[in-house]
Ligand binder design. Structure first.
Ligand SMILES: [Zn+2]
Length: 415
């Protein structure tokens, strides 16, 4: 199964090389997106047209969703050992964080009071039975000779999820959250990521990809699991956020157009670069406020001690994903919620012979991309116009930001 990842190899090496300065602090979500962008010729179109449709107020169910967890600990001779007590501590920390019951919620700045405090009502428990129905403590321990699963995997550290490669096969991924704890080191000996996770396919705020390319679950670099290092404490929460469909709070873009598809997360021009910077890099309007960058968010890259919360809509969205995309995982539920879709941006005429009108009643910023994803021009105004006559005929994408919304559409220019 790893043969088909061959096309990714060269790109993977170049991408991870760029991370060498902070190999312990990144998660693999951007890398996964970059790989699919490389692989899929239609990815840019899909990316620009699909990113923001998750922005919505989602009806919240208060029924408790209980998720059975199996932790696969791949113990190599040189790696840290993780006790059963430490595994349980990590599950406890996950439960508190997912339900806004962690003590450090007191550290959230008051300006975010209106957008934090709601629980996801998703709770995790170490599995008491294995897939065959036999009693279990939910922990699989494998003594392995593999000191770096990144070195033997064609994609991230996926070999850790395969017994034949020295890893551990998953339990039924539909019924259990599988968490692998291992060393992700590549041939250089440096871990390639702090962790990565698989969001379900088909979510409205992610570019489309085939989830079967990766074995479903969460994978964590050993030093970031349990209570081994204090700064490790938020990686599991961050990755479980991805597993339930959340994206990085700054939208994996490096200006104010980047967005995670969630209504109440403040817009940020970049991540917090492993610090806790008090700043407001982007103007937004969330419940009537222009909120500052939220380094408190688990989905930021901020200093771990600052990461203490999800927002209410992030909690709702994870809950919606649990009930709709991970139905078998969530035991004991009787209801399902509905995800409404917002109105689309109006551009006309489309196709156009040259002049394109953006219909908006609000001050609107726009960016024009060509089919390769390169920015051709940007501007702003009330119902701004774009003149495509100076560009080659073909397919373009117009991304617009108005109030706190961002939307994008495909445009065809035929002179
Ligand atoms: Zn991430």
């Amino acid at each position: 199964m790893f043969i088909r990842y061959f096309a990714f190899i060269i790109f993977l090496f170049s991408a991870t090389a760029g991370w060498s300065q902070k190999p312990h602090t990144h998660c693999g979500a951007e890398l996964i997106q970059q790989q699919f962008r490389q692989k899929n010729a239609h990815f840019n179109e899909a990316f620009f047209s699909s990113t923001l449709k998750a922005r919505t107020a989602i009806k919240r169910s208060t029924e408790v969703c209980t998720v059975q967890v199996v932790v696969h600990i791949l113990q190599d001779p040189t790696g840290p050992s993780i006790s059963n007590v430490q595994v349980q501590q990590e599950i406890d920390r996950l439960n508190l964080g997912m339900n806004h019951q962690n003590a450090d919620t007191n550290d959230i700045r008051p300006v975010f009071d209106g957008i934090t405090g709601e629980p996801s009502n998703i709770w995790f428990t170490l599995a008491s039975t294995n897939p065959e129905g036999n009693p279990s403590n939910g922990i699989v321990r494998i003594d392995t000779d593999v000191e770096g699963f990144g070195a033997i995997s064609d994609l991230l550290a996926e070999a850790a999820k395969v017994t034949a490669f020295g890893g551990s096969d998953p339990w039924d991924v539909n019924r259990y959250l599988n968490i692998w704890v291992c060393n992700t080191a590549d041939a250089s000996g440096a871990p390639i990521v702090a962790g990565y996770a698989t969001p379900p396919g088909g979510l409205p705020n992610w570019p489309p990809f085939d989830p079967s390319e990766l074995i479903d679950g969460v994978l964590i670099q050993s030093e970031f699991f349990g209570s081994i290092a204090s700064q490790a404490q938020k990686v599991v929460l961050h990755e479980v956020g991805h597993y339930f469909g959340l994206r990085h709070i700054w939208g994996d873009d490096f200006d104010c157009f980047g967005d995670d598809g969630i209504d109440d997360t403040p817009s940020m021009s970049d991540n917090s670069a492993f610090e806790c910077p008090v700043q407001n890099t982007c103007v937004d309007n969330i419940l009537g406020q222009n909120l500052p960058d939220m380094f408190e968010n688990y989905m930021d890259y901020s200093f771990p001690d600052c990461q203490v919360s999800f927002t209410n809509e992030q909690a709702s969205f994870m809950r919606w994903v649990a009930e709709n995309s991970r139905v078998e995982l969530c035991s004991g539920l009787t209801t399902s919620t509905v995800l409404p879709v917002k109105q689309k941006l109006q551009l006309f005429p489309n196709p156009t012979k040259g002049l394109l009108q953006i219909q908006s009643n609000e001050f609107t910023e726009y960016r024009l991309f060509d089919a390769s994803g390169r920015v051709c021009e940007q501007g702003a105004g009330l119902s701004p116009q774009i003149d495509l006559k100076k560009y080659a005929p073909g397919i373009y994408f117009v991304q617009c930001k108005y109030q706190s919304q961002i939307d994008a559409q495909r445009v065809v220019y035929i002179p």
